[in-house]
Ligand binder design. Structure first.
Ligand SMILES: Nc1ncnc2c1ncn2[C@@H]1O[C@H](COP(=O)(O)OP(=O)(O)O)[C@@H](O)[C@H]1O
Ligand SMILES: [Mg+2]
Length: 281
């Protein structure tokens, strides 16, 4: 039996006795093996997050959807690589780093991430765009009473605009929307939103070098006002769902929503055109 199958069986058998908990041995960079009791926090199509200290989670394959198990080692490499890459450009990520998990004397790669629950206790709320049920940002608001006010939204997404500009310049437009990694983090005290990078590796993984893109040439900047303003519009549309708690009592026909989305797109585009005057035709 290979290492990954052993890990799967180990998790499965432990969960029969104590659902949602496992005992796990993690080999750290210092070469030492430490034992922890870990609690399952959430899972997606291919991974499961386990809290093993207040600050950290360890990501392991989701054994219930283990058709992708063979890709696991490559996924670990890519999650760590992309997290490091974004960090170089001052984008926020879960700060992933690689460790190994010991199972019956054999070692399986895995990665450690910042724990969303710990961040939330400190006023930072990760939003998984593809999995709203896993979001801790619920029944809270960053725009206040007037949820259709363009200026309030503009202020909330100011930093997100900068992040999206950087992602477009990095050739990572796909990460802004559509990809599993098109996520947000809410700064509760500041009433601001930023991009938050995690879940980069797709399930049917690609060759790892494809994940490290090259910085785009300046000539692409001419597209920034239109691309970024469109992406911000879509981000606001998603975030508005959280603001209104998915209740459509106010604005049932979507008239105010449409005005807001058009207003925010136009404002972002106008501001960016001022910032990039020589690229605009
Ligand atoms: N750093 C983390 N802290 C807490 N929970 C997490 C963390 N990362 C992921 N999760 C939870 O695990 C789920 C799956 O992780 P994700 O990286 O999206 O993998 P995938 O969607 O490929 O299975 C997330 O939706 C979330 O519920
Ligand atoms: Mg996911």
């Amino acid at each position: 039996m290979n290492h990954l199958d052993q890990l799967r069986n180990n998790i499965r058998s432990q969960n029969v006795n104590k659902p949602g908990y496992i005992n796990i041995s993690i080999l750290w960079h210092d070469g030492n093996l430490y034992n922890y009791e870990a609690r399952r926090l959430g899972s997606g199509g291919s991974k499961t997050a386990w809290e093993f200290t207040p600050e950290y989670v360890i990501m392991l394959p989701n054994i219930d959807t283990s058709g992708y198990l063979g890709y696991w080692p490559l996924m670990v490499e890519n999650e760590v690589k992309m997290s490091n890459y974004l960090r170089e450009y001052n984008l926020l990520t879960t700060n992933n780093f690689k460790v190994h998990v010991e199972v019956n004397g054999q070692y399986v790669p895995a990665y450690v991430s910042d724990n969303f629950e710990y961040l939330a206790r400190n006023g930072y709320y990760a939003i998984d765009r593809k999995n709203s049920s896993s979001s801790l940002w619920k029944g809270k608001t960053f725009v206040g009473d007037d949820i259709f006010n363009v200026d309030k939204w503009y202020s909330a997404v100011e930093w997100l605009i900068d992040d999206y500009e950087m992602l477009v310049r990095l050739g990572l437009d796909g990460y802004i929307e559509g990809a599993d990694s098109s996520n947000f983090i809410v700064f509760e005290r500041e009433n601001k939103i930023r991009y938050y990078g995690f879940d980069f590796a797709s399930k049917q993984d690609r060759p790892e070098d494809d994940l490290i893109p090259r910085m785009q040439e300046d000539r692409d900047n001419c597209k920034i006002p239109s691309i970024v303003s469109r992406r911000i519009r879509s981000a606001v549309s998603t975030l508005l769902g959280y603001e209104r708690n998915w209740s459509y009592d106010i604005d049932p026909n979507g008239i105010q929503e449409k005005e807001l989305l058009e207003g925010i797109q136009e404002k972002v585009r106008t501001e960016l055109k001022i910032k990039y005057p020589f690229h605009i035709r």
